[in-house]
Design a protein around this ligand. Structure first.
Ligand code: UD1
Length: 337
């Protein structure tokens, strides 16, 4: 059973690659290396003992993709490749639509041409936009309010249309909440370029001394302590969710969008406190103004994933904190060290 993994050297894709290899799946990775590193391939190999076949390039590159599809007979595709910086997406909308939406269209077209009809796609809870209610269920209305979110929602719409037109297709869009943590080896983790946008890598970079303090974006929200609340889940739980989604595709047809989260919300200050408690490391912080475009609080109703393919997040908040720090402290400069 061969799986094409696009973006397989990125943060989430690489953790999936390890899970898939350890579940005896054969994988082929396509990654542009724009936001990743070849060192990730070495890490996957040292953890699993297997070096996956790798092609460097973009999913929109039909010539490359033709070469890949000609060389391998795939059973399914897990599509992680995509840009994910919300701020950048607002400044460079066409770049995001080209890469995330047009790229997905090329990929699905190639799949159709080669008779590969099972697809798992990295979507995001950001497709829901301002909550009408929390926890978000999959039937919450879709109303993203930035280009990145639109690019995810548009790809979901394409997948749905294709599944309606092609009755032999099955596809799942996994709507991730906030992935954190790292592989337990400490040799695979999140390695954002430059100053991180997201909370967890910011915390670990303060802890390791690379950044002086964490800015907490707002403490006057209507939440437990005034700071923003999110549903953080361990990246290995998330990775395993893709394997379970793939087994649903084996036995079912049609399109589904499914939340992957723990179902629990944690505030920014609760995250800082648990990081300090679990790891015995101080994280200095100060309160800053709210960040533009931030929502106060949201978390997942994750019951559909349980019902459809028996997935639930098993790792605890302490596991997330321990593994994030294990990775960052073993690799203070990410894959450069
Ligand atoms: C952000 C994106 C979302 C994307 C996700 C994963 C926005 C508005 N949303 O989600 O679309 O899918 O990243 O890439 O950018 N925080 C701080 N200080 C920091 C960083 C974050 O206080 O230095 C707070 C935020 O205000 C928020 C929480 O931590 O309350 C989580 O932030 P973050 O990790 O950026 O995730 P999201 O905003 O949920």
């Amino acid at each position: 059973m061969k799986i094409l993994v696009t973006g397989g050297l990125g943060y989430i894709g690489s953790h999936f690659a390890v899970c898939a290899i350890q579940a005896s799946k054969e994988i082929v990775i396509v990654d542009s290396l724009e936001n990743s590193s070849l060192k990730v391939l070495d890490a996957i190999e040292s953890i699993t003992g297997t070096r996956p076949v790798f092609y460097q390039g973009k999913v929109q590159d039909r010539e490359l993709m033709t070469q890949v599809f000609n060389a391998h007979s795939f059973d399914s595709v897990v599509h992680f490749a995509g840009y994910k910086a919300v701020g950048e997406s607002t400044k460079e909308p066409l770049m995001y639509y080209q890469n995330n939406v047009a790229g997905s269209a090329v990929l699905m077209d190639m799949m159709k041409e080669y008779g590969v009809n099972k697809l798992v796609f990295s979507s995001s809870a950001t497709v829901y936009g301002v909550p009408e209610f929390v926890p978000y269920t999959e039937s919450h209305r879709i109303a993203p309010f930035n280009v990145y979110g639109h690019s995810k929602a548009m790809t979901e719409v394409m997948m749905q249309g294709l599944c309606e037109a092609q009755p032999d297709w099955s596809a799942i869009a996994l709507r991730y909440f906030n992935p954190v943590g790292a592989h337990e080896s400490g040799d695979l983790g999140e390695d954002p370029k430059g100053i991180p946008n997201n909370l967890m890598p910011f915390i670990t970079k303060v802890a390791v001394g690379e950044l002086a303090e964490l800015g907490v974006f707002g403490d006057d929200y209507d939440t437990v302590d005034g700071t923003g609340v999110r549903d953080y889940l361990h990246v290995m739980d998330l990775a395993e969710g893709h394997l379970k989604a793939l087994s649903w595709l084996d036995a079912n047809k049609g399109f589904k969008a499914v939340n992957l989260g723990t179902g629990n919300g944690m505030s920014v200050l609760q995250m800082v406190e648990s990081f300090e408690r679990v790891n015995g490391v101080k994280v200095p912080y100060s309160i800053k103004p709210r960040r533009d475009g931030d929502l106060p609080a949201f978390w997942a109703d994750a019951s559909l994933a349980k019902e459809l393919f028996d997935w639930q997040a098993n790792r605890t908040l302490d596991d997330m904190m321990r593994d994030s720090w294990h990775w960052q402290s073993r690799h203070p400069r990410g894959y450069q060290s």
